[in-house]
Ligand binder design. Structure first.
Ligand code: SF4
Length: 243
């Protein structure tokens, strides 16, 4: 894997569509999910090889301090261009440094959302516990770890992600499950696994379906890429989580 360190002037990017700031310490992601949409958002970096190259924003914590003073963000989502807790974070600790910067501004009460598929997120439990407005989200796209292995080969197992949610919630951290995209699943089983450990759930279907169409076909799973599958599964999940 090629690692390229860069210096940035700014850490926070405002999304007009979503009306929120985003912060991504890395561009690129070695979780290698088959359906990854992040590369479609990273148009500025279109020359990079997504699966084998990581851009590290080495001074992002310093840039963040300046951005907080200048931009006064109300809500920050981490991250859109990568999993902030992918393996390289163990070495660079950039997301931890950014969380420490947010803690320097308690009076601003900035609302934070962290989204990951990694158990490394528990390393920062001590910081989450000191934050009033944080939600930690784990992406859990299926109940079936065989499916997870095929679609998200380098990410934590489903069981490990549920354990992370459980630990976070037991420690008083607000948790959220991102069932997005809905991979082939048993909604009953997935809701039973998640429900005790989450405060909120976000559900979404597969975007950019053309990209994974052949992959689904080879696995004999084309039915799980149809509108009917997404509509039925979403409806069932909503019923189960609202019970
Ligand atoms: S974790 Fe997210 S950013 Fe990383 S490869 Fe998977 S979908 Fe892409």
């Amino acid at each position: 894997m090629r690692v390229r360190e860069i210096q940035v002037k700014s850490a926070l990017t405002f999304s007009e569509v979503k009306k929120r700031y985003t912060l991504s310490p890395y561009v690129g992601c070695t979780n290698s999910c088959v359906y990854c949409y992040a590369r479609d958002y990273a148009r500025r970096y279109k020359e990079m090889k997504w699966e084998s190259e990581i851009i590290v924003k080495k001074n992002i914590d310093e840039a963040l301090r300046g951005d907080i003073i200048r931009k006064k963000p109300v809500y920050v989502f981490m991250s859109t261009m990568c999993d902030p807790y992918q393996p390289i974070e163990e070495k660079y600790r950039l997301i931890r440094k950014c969380l420490e910067v947010f803690l320097e501004f308690p009076l601003l009460e900035i609302e934070l959302m962290v989204l990951t598929k990694s158990t490394l997120v528990l390393r920062d439990l001590d910081l989450f516990k000191g934050m009033k407005k944080i939600t930690v989200g784990l992406t859990v796209t299926t109940d079936d770890d065989e499916i997870r292995r095929v679609f998200e080969p380098n990410a934590a197992s489903i069981e490990e992600r549920i354990e992370v949610l459980k630990t976070l919630k037991e420690n008083g951290v607000r948790t959220c499950a991102f069932i997005s995209p809905m991979l082939p699943m048993d909604p009953e089983r997935l809701s039973k696994m998640l429900k005790p450990h989450v405060d909120c759930v976000f559900i979404d279907d597969m975007h950019y379906r053309w990209r994974v169409k052949e992959f689904y076909k080879k696995l004999g799973l084309s039915w799980a890429l149809e509108d009917e599958y997404f509509e039925k599964t979403r409806k069932r999940l909503l019923e189960l989580f609202q019970k």
